[in-house]
Design a binder for this molecule. Structure first.
Ligand code: MN
Length: 260
């Protein structure tokens, strides 16, 4: 992608059936749609074919958010990891079929036994990220890992976590900057300035600084003017996807105003 483009995540209608979601895609005032491959919107071959047809008719491009419910890429259980990797591979494969330009995934989490095995979850997190990278390369899908919110026991939330990650991993796993999430630890500016070359995809939504509320743009404490200024200064080229769950149309319009 050689310019900034605006997209919309279908997260806001995840409680609606897949068919409804497919209708919302057409009504959206953007040409880039992020599909959440989870819950009611879980992808399969038939659904991908239907989406592709809509995409071709309305000139819409897709990105895919990997399944994240009950997924932990840092799991200490080999049985569970095997099952999760199978699920994630299916998602990557279907993303390929959909010709999605990006597959977004979450980093791993600590578990109830992490304290007995210091560093093991971090090692597994990096190892699985590497496996996912290789998997995606085979399917010719680009992947990127997202900064996730406090106070959950995720392994990658801060700039320091991502610096450590990129020191250990030597393959091209991009960074998805989630601005709502970085608002919770006050690191939006640091993320944008530290990872100018790594950030390939951006999620935007708002919150009041106390929790991951996914509010409409301008309904929380995110400094949007500053965010837009930093994007311009850094000459960001890539997608900025609205991931609010309310005030959808208004948020898309506000974002268009901010970055145009
Ligand atoms: Mn996000």
């Amino acid at each position: 992608m050689n310019k900034l483009e605006i997209g919309l995540s279908m997260l806001y209608c995840l409680s609606e059936p897949f068919k409804n979601m497919a209708k919302h895609i057409v009504e959206a005032e953007v040409k880039n749609i992020e599909i959440v491959d989870d819950g009611f919107h879980t992808l399969n071959k038939k659904r991908v074919m239907a989406l592709k047809e809509t995409g071709a008719s309305y000139d819409i491009k897709f990105s895919v958010h990997a399944p994240f419910a009950d997924i932990n890429i840092a799991s200490p259980s080999h049985h569970m990891l095997k099952a999760m990797l199978k699920r994630l591979e299916k998602s990557i494969k279907l993303s390929r079929m959909l010709e999605a330009y990006m597959w977004v995934f979450h980093p791993g989490l600590k578990t109830g036994i992490s304290m007995f095995y210091p560093q093991a979850d971090w090692k597994q997190n990096c190892k699985t990220a590497h496996i996912l990278y290789k998997m995606a390369k085979d399917y010719d899908v680009r992947i990127a890992v997202e900064n996730v919110p406090e106070p959950y026991p995720f392994l990658m939330k801060s700039v320091d976590d991502f610096q450590k990650f990129y020191k250990e991993i030597d393959v091209d796993v991009g960074l998805v900057l989630d601005v709502g999430h970085s608002n919770l630890n006050g690191q939006t500016e640091r993320f944008l300035n530290t990872f100018q070359d790594r950030i390939v995809h951006i999620h935007v939504h708002d919150n009041d600084g106390t929790g991951d509320q996914h509010l409409g743009i301008g309904y929380g404490t995110v400094n949007w003017a500053k965010f837009a200024k930093l994007l311009k200064e850094n000459r960001y080229c890539g997608m900025v996807v609205v991931e609010s769950v309310e005030h959808i149309k208004e948020s898309v319009q506000k974002l268009k105003g901010l970055v145009s």
